[in-house]
Each structure stands twice: as structure tokens, then as C-alpha cells.
Design a binder for this molecule. Sequence first.
Ligand SMILES: [Zn+2]
Length: 277
Amino acid sequence: MRADLTQSDKDALRRCEKIIDDGLPTFVAVGKALRTIKEGRLYRGAGYRSFQVYCEKRWRMERSYAHRLIGAAEVTESIKTLPNGNKDGPSPCPQRESHTRELVKIKDPAEQSKVWTETIEEAEKRGENVTAIPIRETVRPRRKGKEEAKKTAVETSAFGLADGLGLAVEKPELVEAFQTRLKLAEIGRSIDALQRAIDNLSETDGSQEIVFQSVKMRIAGLKLDLRVAAPYSPCPSCRGRVGCEDCEGRRWVTKKRYEQLIASDDPTTSRKDRGQG
Ligand SMILES: [Zn+2]
């Protein structure tokens, strides 16, 4: 096939490839510009009521593609600024949106940078160009491991209440109280789902009057209210004593109360002196 090409064909190929090569990295600049327009809601200045409508009407671009470009710009920016794990200075930046599309699936920027560095080093060793495929292969097992770890963490240390759990299960009288933590974690997941459902509205027509920041804060407040009230540890003051004032006879305390109690050097200090939990 190669032999069929004339010299002028080869020249044409080289010219076209140069154009593509020069043009590809502009996805970062485009992504950044889109992010600025979205975050500042600048599309309103062009007469559009939402970012989605703006992308579709102004640029014939689906919102999901615009978001991919924004994600690509963010990944590239963080790789550019984060130190490279193995070498001095940052890694060379991704040159293709398809590369970053895999990397955005990793939430932690340091981790993104690490995966990217590892992939280009592997490709260099094999004398190959970096493509999306090896990046995807590096990303996938990490995501899977993370998701499993996250699931376990939610189930075992519901609402981040790790400390008291081991102690609690050794005390049969506290099992019921500490099972509440798992129920609260379940409610926490429902609240997260609620937040996601509301987030998904944010670009649709009909949601313009929703003050998303305010909704978000209230949902966060709701989660906090439940979290601070959850059983955290067996009461460190009781030790089987009847009529304990520190836990009001419940035999368990919240995190705040627990921290107050262990911070107090004198175990005979009365509750009132330490402030209310
Ligand atoms: Zn107590």
C-alpha cells in the first residue's frame, strides 16, 4: 500500500498530520474557555438560559462533550502542575482528549498524574506511542479497588465512626445502639442520592430558579445533624457504673462527647464544667 503513494501524496499526508498535531492540544484551551463560561454563567450574556442550550445552539455541541473537554482541561492542568512521582518536574501533558477521558475517571489529581506518568513510562519502554487503551487498562483496576474499599468503609465505619465500633460489638448491650450507625449510613446514602438527583437538574430548563448552592448547604446540614447525633463510642466514663451522668445512662456517647470526655484529665470533673455535648 505504501508503494502506491506518490511523493506528493506523502507530502500531503505530512502537511495534514502537521495540522492535526498542532490542533489537537487546543482541547485544553477549549475546555478551559468552556469552564469559564459555565462557572461564570457567561452564556447568559449571549442570550442563552442554560449552559446546555448554549452548547447546543451556539456550538452544536452536546453538553456531555463540553463536560468532557472541561474535564480534559482540568486533568491536563493538574498533571502540568503536580510533581511527577519519579522524576524532577512535571510529566509531559496528555496531547489527546481521549487520553484524559480515561484519567478523569480517577478523582484524585495526584493519582491521575501517577497513572499518566506510569503509562507514558511503560509506553516509552516498549517504544510505543501512548494511546487511550493502556491508560484505560491502568485506570480500571484502580477504580475497581477504590470502589470496593469505599463500599467496605461505608459499611463498617458508617458516618466515619470507626473508633468505637470494635469496643461496641464486644458489649452486647450496645449492639442495638451501634446498629443505628449502619442505619444512619444507609440514610446518608439516600441523602447522597437526593443530592445527585438535584445536581442532575442543574442544567435543565425549569431549574433556573433553584438556588443550588443553598440546597446543597441544607443537604450538607441535614447529613451533619445526623452524623453528630450518631453513637460513636461506648461511654469512656461508665465502666459498668450505674447512673453515669456523662452518657446519661445510655452507655454510649457521640463523637463530640467522646472527645470532650477523653480530653478531660480529671475523670471526676462534672459534666457542667466541660460544657454540653
Ligand atoms: Zn456513661
